[in-house]
Design a binder for this molecule. Structure first.
Ligand code: SPD
Length: 283
């Protein structure tokens, strides 16, 4: 490693999205290349196999949006499954709810957890020491397949973009299995890529979840370090969802601890579907 700052870029469809800073770590795990950079503006940031995952400055845009619309919408939230989420941000947000009794965090790459605990300590924070959190180093797809019916009140899919080892997390059969292991009133939440820079996979996720579940809804917001900046999260359940009209009581309590998410933010974010996406979904 050198102390000389440099640009580290995510290359995406003839564009690049870069951060300028000192590279603190560059190594290969069994699954992927892991880079930690420290920049003046975004603080420390994590890149996996050439794709930005998170930074200390902008991570709340992502983690608060994945967790709170889901957990606020269900009454019973004692058992949670997180697939991926090795940086700890999703677990941290879930643990804000006193009703959460147990979280299984299933991450395929233990190096991501080790590196996050070392370089991005603030991100997981006290979540790593919380007795309600159990970490399993395992393949999320296989974990779901071997789980008994009706085991979880919420499944949060905090995965990277489709790749050789994460492709299964975007398939119809995976969503079907998730439905099986959710409780009757449970909810699935997944990062659903960008309607701009990952439009095809975005449309695929939305169509698959709509086919598999009685109700599904998508919200749009920003993750500044991801390609194109605009990002999405999709929620699916066998109960009728009404996420542009969240229960205000619980929202009011949780939003005080959030940097991004609040009642009006959620109401607006679920009404932001771009016309071209609406048209493709209807075609
Ligand atoms: N293009 C990047 C998509 C990554 C989504 N997961 C990020 C992990 C943050 N916990």
């Amino acid at each position: 490693m050198t102390d000389t700052p440099t640009w580290v870029d995510e290359y995406h469809k003839s564009s690049r999205f870069g951060i300028y800073g000192k590279v603190l770590l560059k190594k290969n795990s069994k699954y992927q290349e892991i880079i930690i950079i420290e920049s003046d503006y975004y603080g420390k940031a994590l890149m996996l196999d050439g794709c930005w995952m998170t930074s200390l400055r902008d991570e709340k845009y992502y983690h608060e949006c994945l967790v709170h619309p889901a957990l606020n919408s269900i009454e019973k939230k004692s058992h949670i499954l997180i697939i991926g989420g090795g940086d700890g941000g999703t677990a941290r947000e879930c643990l804000k709810y006193s009703q959460v009794e147990k979280i299984d965090l299933v991450e395929i790459d233990d190096e991501v957890i080790k590196v996050s605990k070392t370089f991005l300590k603030e991100l997981g924070g006290s979540a790593w020491r919380d007795k309600r959190l159990t970490i399993h180093i395992a393949d999320g797809g296989k974990w779901v397949e071997k789980t008994k019916d009706n085991s979880y009140d919420a499944i949060l899919i905090d995965c990277s973009d489709p790749s050789e080892f994460s492709n299964f997390l975007f398939t119809d059969s995976f969503y079907k299995e998730c439905k099986r292991i959710l409780t009757k009133k449970g909810i699935l939440a997944t990062q659903s890529e960008s309607p701009e820079s990952f439009k095809n996979i975005h449309i695929h996720i939305l169509k698959s979840l709509k086919k598999e579940f009685k109700s599904s809804e998508t919200m749009y917001s920003f993750v500044p370090i991801y390609p194109s900046g605009i990002w999405s999260w999709t929620f699916a359940s066998e109960e009728e969802l009404n996420l542009s009209n969240p229960h205000s009581e619980e929202v009011t309590i949780i939003e005080k601890s959030c940097d991004i998410w609040n009642l009006n933010f959620q109401k607006a974010a679920f009404k932001m579907m771009p016309n071209k996406i609406i048209r493709e979904l209807n075609s």
